[in-house]
Design a protein around this ligand. Structure first.
Ligand SMILES: Nc1ncnc2c1ncn2[C@@H]1O[C@H](COP(=O)(O)OP(=O)(O)O)[C@@H](O)[C@H]1O
Ligand SMILES: [Mg+2]
Length: 278
């Protein structure tokens, strides 16, 4: 089977197994610009994330994808010298409003990073429950939460007999799924993932992609990826970022993944998705 055929089968499978995202907007960026000190790195980003959709953010290194995804749950403001203009509306309200608690926002809008970051000497069970404990969130039935979230993260059958072993004993791919389970334990509505598979082997990557597709039935997902096939496999929508030399990053084009990969309007998008640069 040729590569082209292989890819089109993937698209077909994605369409058959991914439920249609709802039309309700859960999260929306309005005219978001970002500076680090005097340097503007992101210009006027507008993007809306329908409830229970998966959105892929693609583009070459340094174009502002990580910066943008961090603005979506107020991790951005923790960086010294970071500034922001524009609005991020979550369920219709600007998350940067004075009366909004950033801790509440980061619980509702969770984040998974490139490098899996479990607490290595803490047990698997302890890791899953750690976000709950740190946030002071009260949920009873800890055994059920551990089983439910590890199942949702696609890790349960691999670890159910060793929940009291250290998180650091797991493989990289398992650790990333453990971190996803930890993020899910606080019942987020949105999950942000910044290149969650770039440190993983292909088999673990496929497991995480399967997990993303399952999770998107209940959670809105935004994922940064450099893997074009991954965007095609998991994302309903795709946004292409690009920064010209000495210019801030911008969204060049966004739309349904099928359109962005199959029939992009901008030549730069076409070149990028076909691997001609970046
Ligand atoms: N903490 C920071 N301080 C200063 N500049 C930063 C910081 N983080 C990122 N940048 C700059 O912002 C731009 C966008 O970076 P980033 O969002 O990491 O891009 P991407 O994730 O697309 O590779 C880059 O020019 C980068 O050097
Ligand atoms: Mg990045």
């Amino acid at each position: 089977m040729s590569t082209a055929e292989f890819e089109s089968v993937d698209v077909l499978e994605a369409e058959m197994t991914t439920p249609a995202p709802s039309m309700v907007t859960e999260l929306e960026a309005r005219n978001v610009s970002v500076w680090f000190g005097p340097r503007k790195v992101l210009e006027g980003v507008n993007m809306s994330f329908p409830k229970h959709s998966v959105t892929a953010l693609i583009g070459p290194s340094g174009c502002g994808k990580s910066t943008f995804i961090r603005t979506l749950n107020r991790l951005h403001e923790l960086i010294p010298g970071a500034a922001l203009a524009g609005e991020i509306l979550y369920e219709g309200k600007d998350i940067y409003s004075r009366d909004v608690d950033p801790v509440h926002i980061r619980l509702a809008i969770g984040m998974v990073f490139q490098k899996p970051n479990p607490f290595p000497s803490m047990t698997i069970r302890g890791n899953v429950l750690s976000g709950l404990k740190l946030s002071g969130m009260k949920r009873s039935n800890h055994d059920d939460i551990v089983e439910e979230t590890l199942t949702a993260a696609g890790l349960w059958t691999e670890v159910k007999d060793r929940l009291d072993r250290a998180g650091g004993e797991l493989s990289g791919g398992q650790q990333q799924r453990l971190v996803i389970a930890r993020a899910l334990a606080v019942q987020p509505h949105v999950l942000l993932m910044d290149e969650p598979c770039s440190a993983l082997d292909p088999a673990s990557t496929l497991k995480i992609e399967e997990t993303i597709r399952q999770l998107s039935k209940e959670v809105t997902i935004v994922i940064v990826t450099h893997n074009m096939q991954q965007a095609v496999r998991v994302a309903d929508n795709t946004a292409f970022f690009l920064a010209a030399e000495n210019e801030p990053g911008r969204v060049i084009e966004q739309g349904s993944t099928t359109e962005i990969f199959g029939n992009p309007k901008d030549e730069r998008t076409l070149d990028y998705v076909n691997g001609r640069f970046g």
